[in-house]
Design a protein around this ligand. Structure first.
Ligand SMILES: [Zn+2]
Length: 267
């Protein structure tokens, strides 16, 4: 069963100089594929070029397109939807819409702008039965509020910072929880308890590379090749054999992306 990084940013400036080497490192570490997640329509073409480079290095690679809440005061909802439409009609059809969501740790971006940007993209995704990749920062309750009131096709909460109770509510809404480098920090007790107690069939693995490096790589640039370290940490927290866990997670990834990864593999 294959190990997939469900969340990384391949077009990030941090990878501009050596993306092929970073991708080869991921292959060497046993990563089979990556979902390259977008942040704004200005970057979608760079993202497509990065995906081509990943495939040349031997990885499977898929795209998620979307406008991140940090861009809410630069991209209006109509522009965000136009960007999605253009990609939907293009060669690199997305397997999800993301990164979208709400960030209430950023007090410089108006809540109303964030809500409008988020719900426009949530609705667009629902119409195409596409999962959404959610950015959540101090915004779990508000995201849940929208999910309960609008049609949606499920998805994943990435970089989750909320409580276990909130995680359970996302799972009830048909969402997976993205497990990243945060679980490798020895002091992350609340996170560790959550990772032991949440249902195994609700978890997928991610790096958020080049962001959010794990404990062994503090202060370093994160990379998709570090993904197996998150698998190891989760296996030890849950007292599971790594091979077994890898299989369970691969089945979850298949369900998260509704089988689309099979049909849209390495080009
Ligand atoms: Zn991200």
């Amino acid at each position: 069963m294959e190990l997939i990084d469900t969340h990384c940013h391949l077009d990030a400036a941090a990878f501009a100089d050596d993306l092929p080497a970073v991708m080869r490192h991921a292959v060497e570490q046993g990563v089979a594929g990556v979902v390259a997640v977008g942040v704004s329509p200005m970057d979608f073409s760079a993202q497509c070029r990065a995906i081509t480079q990943a495939r040349r290095a031997g990885l499977s690679a898929w795209a998620a397109f979307g406008t991140h809440p940090w861009w809410a005061n630069r991209v209006d909802p109509a522009e965000a939807v136009d960007g999605l439409e253009a990609q939907w009609a293009g060669a690199e059809r997305p397997v999800a819409v993301g990164e979208v969501g709400l960030d209430f740790a950023r007090d410089d971006i108006e809540t109303e702008q964030q809500n409008a940007l988020f719900t426009a993209q949530l609705d667009w995704a629902a119409e195409r039965d596409l999962p959404v990749i959610l950015h959540e920062q101090k915004s779990a309750d508000r995201l849940l509020y929208w999910l309960r009131r609008r049609r949606h096709a499920g998805g994943v909460v990435h970089g989750f910072t909320g409580s276990q109770q909130q995680a359970e509510q996302f799972i009830e809404q048909g969402f997976f929880i993205g497990v990243g480098g945060a679980i490798t920090h020895p002091g992350a007790h609340r996170m560790h308890r959550m990772m032991r107690e949440l249902p195994l069939d609700s978890l997928v693995l991610e790096t958020d590379a080049p962001n959010q490096p794990g404990h062994a790589h503090r202060g370093e640039r994160n990379r998709p090749g570090y993904l197996p370290e998150n698998l190891t940490a989760l296996a030890s927290l849950r007292g599971l054999d790594e091979g077994q866990l890898r299989e369970a997670i691969a089945r979850n990834v298949e369900r998260l992306f509704k089988g689309r990864l099979r049909y849209n593999a390495a080009g």
